[in-house]
Design a protein around this ligand. Structure first.
Ligand code: 9GP
Length: 771
């Protein structure tokens, strides 16, 4: 409340982070750390006969996101508070978050995530903060009281959005920002006409329809069909958020002319891109501005982050659906487009092909609104999330735009919060770092973990370092055994791949490596190997057949390997069910090896790569996303690199990629794939995995076969290095010591200085010191 009051009275410039997803993870442990009272809480608990760890274990996490993008938003909210930047996070209070994953007979099964079942103690309902949101209907022209011709929207239906606020605490500071999530409700005056004519059920139906809008988070990677509700969700939350920002501005600062000085709105991917059209509508239709003035404000307000180059993830909406739901916004998009394309034509005379490519409307076939183009045109800054990704954004996806407005394009490499992913997740390692460096300042200034480097040769530290890792592996092994019945040996190398399942992330490349190890052991060629536990975690979108088949394959291989006494002293395979923030916190501290093996050019950044490295895992990875910068930071000699570069991959695709030739010419690869097809892993069913193996041999869109040999060679180096224990330990220490740059605090400071132009505002604690 004090933060809100100070931000209000001081007219502090404020960041509004617009994101359809926040993958927050449990709040309690993070809040205790940020308030500096974990040990106090533990002691008080003990006096009361309560075990803090048992309480933490009970907490339900709000899984209001799919993966990296939503978790990034959560890290950013925490760093915004820690860095004293006034901010509001706007999003949707989904009643059901990302599904809970169970594994049955090796297959992923989805269960609804009823996270609000027992209530949510962290949120503050704000019944007075409500806005109306319209859908459908028509637009009409009219003359206002000054005789000017104006346009207005008469929606066919209206629902309400009500605010629920969750305070997001910073580390060791009194600053707290708000995460304001909107819940959809029927308007109080529900359809009385229907009610009076006796259509009671019709009236109730309208209520249900309204509430559906914030019911459930959409899993990404879903096919396009039936996504009308998603467009409704997107409009719902941006409309409430824009109306709220205008309300705040009018209440505190005053006239809307200064709106863009008070607020900067960050579009987290294209999901909130409708905000551009909505702010225009509010300024034009509700606040009677002229186009030029409204556009100047809108354009100065927004910035946009792109998180993917994958074409299927770039949102477009059919013009007919858009028009049916948001007729006024379509008019506004057309007008933005008309003016924008005039600018393009003037700048690139006669280049109609370029005009066609850059248009906000895709023509040819069904006409569609291109949300990414709307976001670029409506924003004053556009950024990618790692150096390589930002370069590819400029060179490929938004090439035409970067030629038109080169100054608009930036890079801000992602980061993650060390509070959650080190202090909360790995207290043993945190204590060791604090003891070695002699201070806790590294928690707020992660660059200071570099002080570890001076001690890297210290045999005592190395010993303790190994003990910390060993204990985390023991914890994970126990948990895994309870959760899945798979027994892992903490003495073995813990080789972990945990992230969403997608073909571009290439979990199936990892599976081929496991099968190769299996065959080598069976053939008595285990001399190059070290005992390994292969551990996977991650969810597949419910409608993504191939990703689900890969999960099944992992479990099928696991069943054979784990039950074969000839090999299971060497290798084990475990699948951690329901990979979420809480389970991630169990995995990162226990990993020796982090698998970051996407096809180069496909993973925009990755953030799991940072979390593993922060916990002393070494990375085996391609030159993709933030791997490139992690390798630079930790030193090439402390990173296991393999595979094609993005450029080489592209080149090879263009000159005709023939995976079947690789399959035919590499006897080991052929025998690994043939073993899958033999039915060994499917109780004799030779067809089960055919869609996967046929796809690999005949198409292989993510070039698994092209990188197979390089990957196996690199894994051999991993095994050799692991056998040299002191060397591995030194590499592990150096990974942590040099990871400072990947704190989300650094990312937030870069956004603040270069993109948002906002300065920190420190809140003085009213009733005593914090931390
Ligand atoms: O796939 C990217 C991932 O590489 C990145 O780390 C994350 C955060 O920037 O965003 C992911 N993108 C999406 O989830 C959808 O665009």
């Amino acid at each position: 409340m004090e933060s809100a009051q100070v931000f209000k009275t001081s007219h502090a410039r404020t960041v509004c982070y617009l994101s359809a997803e926040y993958l927050l993870g449990p709040h309690l442990a993070g809040n205790l750390v940020n308030l500096g009272i974990t040990e106090t809480a533990r002691e008080v608990g003990e006096e009361l006969g309560l075990d803090l760890d048992a309480i933490l274990e009970e907490e339900e996490e709000p899984g209001l996101g799919n993966g990296g993008l939503g978790r990034l938003a959560a890290c950013f909210m925490e760093s915004l508070s820690t860095c004293h930047i006034p901010a509001i996070g706007y999003g949707i209070r989904y009643e059901f978050g990302i599904f809970d994953q169970a594994i049955e007979d090796g297959w992923q099964v989805e269960r609804t995530d009823n996270w609000l079942r027992n209530g949510n103690p962290w949120e503050i309902p704000r019944p007075k903060i409500r806005f109306s949101v319209g859908y459908g209907g028509y637009t009409e022209s009219y003359r206002d009281d000054k005789g000017r011709s104006r346009q207005r929207w008469q929606p066919a239906s209206v629902i309400n959005g009500m605010a629920y606020d969750t305070p997001i605490l910073g580390y060791g500071t009194a600053n707290a920002n708000l995460l304001r999530l909107w819940k959809a409700e029927a308007p109080a005056s529900f359809d009385f006409q229907a009610f009076n004519t006796g259509d009671y059920y019709g009236a109730v139906y309208a209520n249900i329809q309204a509430e559906t809008i914030s019911k459930v988070l959409y899993p990404n990677d879903e096919p396009e069909a039936g996504k009308e509700l998603r467009l409704k969700q997107q409009y719902f939350f941006v409309s409430c958020s824009m109306q709220d920002m205008i309300r705040l501005h009018l209440n505190t600062v005053g006239p809307l002319e200064t709106f863009a000085d008070k607020f900067v709105a960050q579009l987290n991917d294209t999901h909130p891109a409708l905000a551009v059209a909505e702010l225009m509508r509010l300024l034009l239709d509700e606040h009677a501005m002229n186009w030029e003035q409204a556009w100047d404000i809108t354009h100065r307000t927004f910035c946009y982050t792109n998180h993917t180059l994958l074409p299927e993830a770039l949102e477009t909406w059919s013009v007919s659906l858009f028009e049916r739901l948001l007729p006024r916004h379509l008019e506004i998009v057309y007008e933005i487009n008309r003016r924008f394309l005039d600018e393009v034509r003037m700048r690139f005379l006669g280049d109609e092909a370029r005009v066609w490519r850059m248009s906000l409307i895709a023509e040819g076939g069904e006409r569609r609104v291109r949300m990414a183009n709307l976001a670029v045109v409506g924003s004053r800054a556009v950024n990618g999330v790692a150096e390589l990704h930002s370069a590819l954004v400029k060179a490929t996806l938004f090439k035409d735009f970067a030629e038109l407005w080169p100054e608009r394009f930036h890079n801000v490499t992602n980061g993650v919060t060390p509070r959650r992913f080190m202090v909360v997740a790995n207290p043993r390692l945190s204590r060791l770092i604090t003891a070695t460096c002699g201070h806790e300042d590294w928690i707020r200034d992660l660059e200071r973990v570099r002080e570890l480097e001076a001690h890297v040769e210290d045999a005592g530290l190395q010993e303790e370092w190994r003990a910390v890792k060993r204990a985390a592996k023991q914890d994970l092994a126990e948990w895994m055994n309870q959760a899945t019945g798979v027994r892992l040996d903490p003495e073995s190398l813990f080789d972990v791949q945990a992230k969403r399942f997608h073909e571009y992330k290439r979990q199936h490349l990892k599976v081929l490596h496991i099968i190769r190890c299996y065959q080598r052991i069976k053939q008595g060629q285990s001399q190059d190997l070290v005992p390994r536990a292969f551990i996977f975690g991650g969810k597949a979108a419910p409608g993504y057949f191939m990703a689900k088949l890969i999960i099944k394959l992992i479990n099928a291989v696991g069943e054979v390997v784990n039950n074969d006494p000839q090999v299971n002293g060497w290798i084990r395979v475990a699948f951690l069910p329901d990979f979420n923030v809480k389970n991630g916190q169990r995995l990162y501290p226990a990993a020796d090896l982090s698998e970051q093996i996407s096809l180069a050019g496909k993973e925009a950044s990755g953030t799991g790569n940072m979390k593993f490295s922060m916990n002393g895992a070494l990375t085996i990875g391609t030159l993709d996303g933030a791997n490139v910068e992690i390798r630079e930071a930790v030193g090439a000699e402390n990173f296991f690199l393999f595979g094609m570069t993005a450029e080489e991959a592209l080149q090879r695709q263009m000159t005709g990629y023939r995976p079947w030739e690789i399959y035919r010419n590499d006897a080991e690869l052929k025998s690994d794939i043939d073993l899958i097809n033999s039915g060994l892993f499917s109780h004799g069913d030779t067809q089960l995995f055919r869609p996967l193996t046929d796809n690999l041999v005949n198409h292989d869109p993510f070039m698994v076969l092209a990188d197979y040999r390089a990957y196996l060679d690199c894994q051999k180096t991993v095994s050799e290095t692991y056998k040299d224990t002191p060397r591995w330990t030194r590499m592990s220490i150096l990974n942590v010591a040099r990871i400072g740059r990947f704190s989300s605090d650094r990312a937030i400071r870069e956004y603040a200085a270069h993109i948002w132009k906002v300065t920190p505002k420190l809140i003085e604690p009213a009733g005593g010191d914090v931390a």
